[in-house]
Design a protein around this ligand. Structure first.
Ligand code: DHB
Ligand code: MG
Length: 214
């Protein structure tokens, strides 16, 4: 299929299945105005996250890398009323915007934003596990260690989901010494080769890795 046709099909899916409400659209606009890096998930990826969480009846979820809370709002809306998403962000200004929008979305009871380094916050989160799902979208060099944490803290039948499995195609460059690229390559290799998971990468914007814990 031509790239152009493929793009049009993706837009068609987004319009049909993943239309944003005013809150999500405003948040996206505000992240642009505030010069946040343009790295949030797309609306159709947000919808895919919802489908995945709903498919396993997820109620306890962890997200690494909140940014402005765009994916957290999509995921929070897929949780039951007593569900809980803990989302970790290292930059306070980003967490602040996320908090404002989570509140506006009426999700403050369900979505908890923790400011800190994911590696350190995870040490504390282990006690409240096991979790139904983890969405990894933070610093790429630490993906392998986040996967190790998931191995200990995600329940059987639960999901490990990770953004940026392609790293803009740089994952194909086996000679790359970029720590982020190396982290993603190691993550993908481990996910694919570990018999504890049934896993795949879906070719979204930058590749979404999805693994079920066997
Ligand atoms: C980057 C991070 C992301 O999570 C993403 O989706 C795209 C790019 C980055 O840090 O470059
Ligand atoms: Mg990402």
């Amino acid at each position: 299929m031509e790239d152009e046709v493929r793009q049009a099909c993706i837009r068609y899916v987004a319009d049909l299945f993943a239309s944003e409400d005013e809150i999500l659209a405003d948040l996206r606009r505000e992240m642009l105005e505030k010069d946040f890096p343009r790295i949030h998930v797309t609306a159709e990826e947000g919808r895919l996250l919802q489908v995945l969480l709903r498919s396993i009846g997820a109620s306890k979820v962890v997200e690494l890398g909140t940014l402005g809370g765009y994916s957290a709002i999509w995921m929070g809306r897929a949780l039951p009323a007593d569900g809980r998403l803990v989302t970790v962000e290292r930059e306070g200004s980003r967490a602040e915007l996320a908090r404002a929008y989570v509140a506006r979305a009426g999700l403050s009871d369900r979505v908890v934003i923790v400011v800190g380094e994911a590696k350190q916050v995870l040490e504390q989160l282990g006690d409240a596990g096991p979790y139904d799902a983890v969405f990894i979208d933070a610093d790429k060099e630490n993906y392998p260690s986040y996967l190790s944490w998931c191995g200990e803290n995600v329940r059987r039948g639960g999901l490990v989901i990770a953004d940026n499995a392609f790293r803009s195609g740089r994952v194909l460059d086996s000679a790359s010494d970029d720590p982020g690229v190396r982290g993603i390559r190691e993550f993908n290799r481990r996910l694919a080769g570990d018999s504890r998971y049934t896993s795949i990468v879906v070719p979204t914007r930058d590749g979404l890795a999805i693994a079920v814990v066997n």
